[in-house]
Structure formats: structure tokens, C-alpha cells
Design a protein around this ligand. Structure first.
Ligand SMILES: *Cc1c(COP(=O)(O)O)cnc(C)c1O
Length: 437
């Protein structure tokens, strides 16, 4: 085997990995049709048929609901606004507590703050990277009203255990399935287990409309409340009893006809993407299983992973290299990435959310610390060490690989596996050459 590239040898591969190409002829034709019709949004924030949006928005929602068996699908202009909508629909109040994962995109927790509710972080499971039911169980108080369950990286969370905790306590469950459209548990799509589920359609996700999101629910009343919050609900509540007015101050979270037209075509591609990603993942898992110190996802047979990214747990002791040096050495074997999010291997995901100034200084709405200081009995603090598994994974153990995607092939992943093998093989020489990394 040749010398490691980081030590001056030839790299395993020089040709760039093929870029993801998301838009095709179908999307182009769909957009032109909307332009020709000259109706870029069909929404009106007042009573009447246009309250529910234009023909493309309504078709996109109907298609999504049908494809995955949801009773209702409600499109929104992002999943950030979708999560705010979902918690509003559930009737969250100032002072309520919402159990959240610390290891996720920030909006999975900030959605609570918009209602004056307080995120309470539970730790994650080191195999699934999703909320650990045992940690969740330790976080309940009399004020716990909801939990936001994230299917991180496309791995379905343990919904059975989480629902068994939530249901008897009357705690609402929102599924943040931004990274897991089409992921399944026992054949049932994620998003259908909790009270409301949500998918993101931003341009980094499996399928996208530039920006956008989709909420799903089986509950007629929650669907109606989501539609009201999405589109200036205060104008449509004349006939509602006062008990139903809570949180129905509307927003403008509406998707355009252009986005919906693209979304209709994107949705048709999703199942193919998931099959492809699962085939690539199976190949990479089988290649990594023989390598020391690299722990690929263990996905039980009753789950279908969506592989938004491919996580690998790294054991520095077993490899004999720091995660930093291993990553640098593998990247040196591979072509330079073209653009953000394309680096073939990265360390960690996002800093555990509670370590950001928002939670450390407890300043959210206004300058007086609302909602963290709203009630004397709301005393949440967010000390480092709060969620040790998330902190450990982030600081030392997690590697992410974004190469399990269209249009790459097993030959591309073979190059990645060979780059890793080569670095493992020359760990001693690398450690001697870079003793401080
Ligand atoms: C992308 C993402 C969101 C937010 O989605 P947007 O549509 O970008 O607002 C929320 N949660 C998770 C886990 C995500 O990955």
C-alpha cells in the first residue's frame, strides 16, 4: 500500500464525487406551468375557499397525505415555522415545559420559546442519536406539556417507549422528521406516531422546494388549528368557542404555488432516493464492520432508516489516532469538496443546543429573561454536563459522512472505505508525524 497522502503519498482518489442534482425536467415543466397560469400564490387570509391556498398547494398536500397514509398534510414555508405552528396548535402556555433533544437543529427546541414555554433537554441514545426514553423519564415535572422527538440523521426514534411515557401523562408528542421523510417503524411512516409530525423541505433535505415544510396529523381539530396559525387565523375565528381561541393569532407561513409545484414532482422521487441510500448504506456498513474503531449504524430489521447523513461512531483508543487526525488523514486521501455540506467526512454535528448563549444566559424574549424567569417555580438552568452522551458524541465520537446519497454509487463508497483502511493501516506513522493533533 502506498504512503498516506497526509505523509506525502498519492491519494486514493482525485476525481471529485458527483454533485447532487435535485431539479430535473419535471420540476422545470411544473414551474413553467405555474408561471403561465400567473398564479404564484393562491392564499387569502380570510374566510372562503382561498383560505386553504391555490391548486398546487392543495394537490401537494393531498399527494403527501396519500403517499404516506396521513389523514391531513398542511404545508408551511419552513419546518421552523411548522414546529412553531404545531406547538401553537397543541395549546402550549407560558410556563409549560417541553422535552427536547439537545442534539438537533436549533428550531427543534426554540419552537417552545415562542409560546413562553421552556425547553427541557433530555439526553440521547448513542446508537440512534435520538431521545433516550430513560433520560426523558427523568425530566418530567408537573408542568411537562409536550415533547419534540427528532428522528436524527434519518434514524427513527424509539416511538414505542416514548409514547408509553407520554400517553399516560397526557403529554403531547410532536415528531420532528425533518431528516427522516419516508423512514418507517414496522412499516409505519414516521410522523404518524405522535400528535403532529413535520418534514422540512429546505434545500439540504432529501427532497426540497428551496424552503418549505409539511405538517401531518391524523387529528381533524389539530389540522384545523395548524391551518389557522399558518394563515392569519384571527380573521376566521368568529364561530369558534372562546376555549378554542388559544394561540390562534395567525402568521403568514404559506407556501407559494411555485414551491408546491416543485414539491409535487420532488415527492415522486423520494422513495427511490430512500432505496438508493439504503443500498449504499448497507454496502458501507458491511465495509466498515471489519475495521477497528469505526462503528457504523446498527439498524434493527423493523426500522427503515432515511440516511439524511451516515453517522459513524469513532473510538480513538481503538484506532490509535485522535478523531481530528483521523479525519484530516482520510480527507487527504479524497478529492476536495465542492461546496458547503459536501466534505466527505466531518467531526460531530451541532454543539449541544443548551450550550449556546440563549440557554446559558437564559435570555430569549425581551431583556428580562422571559420565559426562563417567568414564574418563580420555573427554575431551569442548563449546566454543561446536562446531557453527557450528546456532549461526548459531539466532542469526541461522532463522524458524519454525507456520501450516502444520490447520485453516488458503491464504487464511490469503496473509495471512502479504502481511504479509511489506508489511514488505519498507517496510524502509527501518522501519530509519529503529528504528535500534537
Ligand atoms: C432542517 C431541520 C429543521 C428546520 O427545517 P427548516 O425547513 O429549515 O426550517 C428542523 N429540525 C431538524 C432536525 C432539521 O434538520
Amino acid at each position: 500500500m502506498s504512503l498516506a497522502a497526509l505523509l506525502g503519498g498519492p491519494p486514493i482518489r482525485a476525481t471529485p464525487f458527483a454533485a447532487r442534482r435535485t431539479m430535473g425536467e419535471a420540476e422545470r415543466a411544473a414551474v413553467l406551468e405555474v408561471l403561465d397560469a400567473d398564479l404564484l400564490s393562491g392564499f387569502v387570509g380570510a374566510p372562503g375557499p382561498l383560505f386553504l391556498g391555490g391548486p398546487k398547494v392543495r394537490q401537494f398536500e393531498a399527494d403527501w397525505a396519500r403517499q404516506y397514509g396521513f389523514t391531513h398534510a398542511v404545508s408551511v414555508n419552513s419546518l421552523t415555522s411548522g414546529l412553531i405552528t404545531a406547538l401553537g396548535a397543541l395549546g402550549l402556555e407560558p410556563g409549560d415545559e417541553v422535552i427536547c433533544s439537545p442534539y438537533t437543529m436549533s428550531a427543534s427546541a426554540t419552537c417552545a420559546l415562542f409560546y413562553g414555554a421552556v425547553p427541557v433537554f433530555a439526553d440521547i441514545d448513542p446508537e440512534s442519536f435520538c431521545l433516550d426514553p430513560r433520560s426523558v423519564a427523568s425530566r418530567f415535572t408537573a408542568r411537562t406539556r409536550a415533547m419534540v422527538v427528532v428522528h436524527l440523521f434519518g434514524h427513527p426514534a424509539d416511538m414505542e417507549a416514548l409514547l408509553a411515557l407520554a400517553r399516560p401523562r397526557g403529554i403531547a408528542v410532536v415528531e420532528d422528521a425533518a431528516q427522516a421523510p419516508g423512514a418507517r417503524i414496522d412499516g409505519v411512516p414516521v410522523g404518524s406516531f405522535g400528535d403532529i409530525g413535520g418534514f422540512s423541505l429546505n434545500c439540504h433535505k432529501h427532497i426540497h422546494t428551496g424552503e418549505g415544510g409539511m405538517l401531518v396529523t391524523q387529528d381533524d381539530r389539530l389540522a384545523e388549528r395548524c391551518r389557522l396559525i399558518r394563515n392569519h387565523g384571527e380573521n376566521l375565528t368568529d364561530d369558534l368557542p372562546s376555549s378554542e381561541l388559544v394561540n390562534l393569532i395567525g402568521q403568514n407561513y404559506r407556501l407559494t404555488e411555485l414551491q408546491a409545484a416543485i414539491g409535487i414532482e420532488q415527492l415522486k422521487r423520494l422513495e427511490g432516493y430512500l432505496e438508493h441510500r439504503n443500498q449504499l448504506a448497507a454496502y458501507l456498513i458491511q465495509r466498515l464492520e471489519g475495521l477497528p474503531g469505526l462503528h457504523p449504524p446498527q439498524v434493527p430489521g423493523h426500522l427503515r432508516h432515511a440516511y439524511y447523513v451516515f453517522p459513524i461512531r469513532y473510538d480513538a483508543q481503538a484506532v490509535g489516532l485522535s478523531r481530528e487526525l483521523f479525519t484530516r488523514a482520510v480527507l487527504a486521501e479524497l478529492p476536495a469538496a465542492r461546496g458547503i455540506g459536501h466534505t466527505p467526512l466531518t467531526q460531530g454535528y451541532v454543539r449541544p443546543l443548551y450550550l449556546s448563549p440563549l440557554y446559558q444566559q437564559r435570555i430569549a424574549l425581551g431583556s428580562q429573561g422571559f420565559p426562563f424567569t417567568h414564574r418563580p417555580d420555573v427554575t431551569h438552568v442548563y449546566p454543561p454536563g446536562l446531557c453527557p452522551v450528546a456532549e461526548r458524541l459531539h466532542a469526541r465520537e461522532l463522524l458524519l459522512c454525507p456520501l450516502v446519497r444520490e447520485p453516488l454509487t458503491t464504487a464511490d463508497l469503496e473509495d471512502l472505505a479504502r481511504a479509511m483502511e489506508k489511514v488505519l493501516d498507517q496510524a502509527d506513522a501518522l501519530r509519529r508525524a503529528f504528535p500534537d493533533t
